[in-house]
Design a binder for this molecule. Structure first.
Ligand SMILES: [Cu+2]
Length: 174
C-alpha cells in the first residue's frame, strides 16, 4: 500500500500545480477520506453507480490515455455522461470506436453518452471509452487518476481510475 499511497500523493501534487496554472479546480488536490485506496469500490452518485473505473499504462511519448468503467442507472429516467476533467490531462472526452473498412477509428460523442433508465452503459477497451487528451505525464501501472465526470442529471462525480498494465495493441488516436 505504501507504493500506492506515494502514487496518489504524486497525482494530487500534480493536480495542485496544474489547477494553479490552468483551471479553477478548487476541489482538486484534496483526498476524500471516504475514498477507497484501491479505487475499486463502486461510487454512488444519486441513482448512478460507477463501477470498476480503470485506465491503462501508456507508452513513453503517448499523448492520450483511455478510461473505462461501467455506469449503472437505477433511475426511471435516462442520464447522460457529457464529459469530465482531470488534473492528469488537458481534457477528457467521451469517445466511441467505429470500423471504417478495416480501420478502427474513434470519434468524440459530441452529445455525450446516454445511460438508459434502469440500465447501464459500459466503457471498455475496444469500444466506448473516455479519452484523456494531452496527458501531463505517462500513466504508470498502479497510479490512480482522479477524474471528475459530468452527468446531465447527476452532476459532477469524482472517481478514481486505477491504472492497469499497458496493452501492446493499445489505442492510438488519428
Ligand atoms: Cu479515443
Amino acid at each position: 500500500m505504501k507504493i500506492l499511497r506515494t502514487a496518489l500523493l504524486a497525482v494530487f501534487a500534480t493536480s495542485l500545480s496544474f489547477s494553479a496554472m490552468a483551471h479553477d479546480h478548487s476541489k482538486m488536490g484534496q483526498a476524500d477520506p471516504s475514498m477507497s485506496e484501491e479505487g475499486m469500490e463502486p461510487v454512488k452518485a444519486g441513482n448512478l453507480t460507477l463501477i470498476n473505473a480503470f485506465s491503462r499504462a501508456t507508452l513513453p511519448g503517448a499523448k492520450v490515455g483511455g478510461g473505462y468503467l461501467k455506469i449503472d442507472n437505477a433511475a426511471s429516467e435516462p442520464d447522460r455522461l457529457i464529459g469530465g476533467s482531470t488534473p492528469a490531462a488537458e481534457r477528457v472526452e467521451v469517445h466511441e470506436m467505429t470500423m471504417n473498412g478495416n480501420v478502427m477509428q474513434m470519434r468524440q460523442l459530441e452529445n455525450g453518452l446516454e445511460i438508459p433508465a434502469g440500465g447501464s452503459a459500459e466503457l471498455a477497451p475496444g469500444g466506448l471509452h473516455l479519452m484523456f487528451i494531452n496527458i501531463v505525464k505517462p500513466l504508470k501501472e498502479g497510479d490512480m487518476i482522479p477524474v471528475t465526470l459530468e452527468f446531465a442529471k447527476a452532476g459532477k462525480v469524482e472517481v478514481q481510475f486505477m491504472v492497469g498494465a499497458a496493452n501492446a495493441a493499445g489505442m492510438e488516436h488519428n
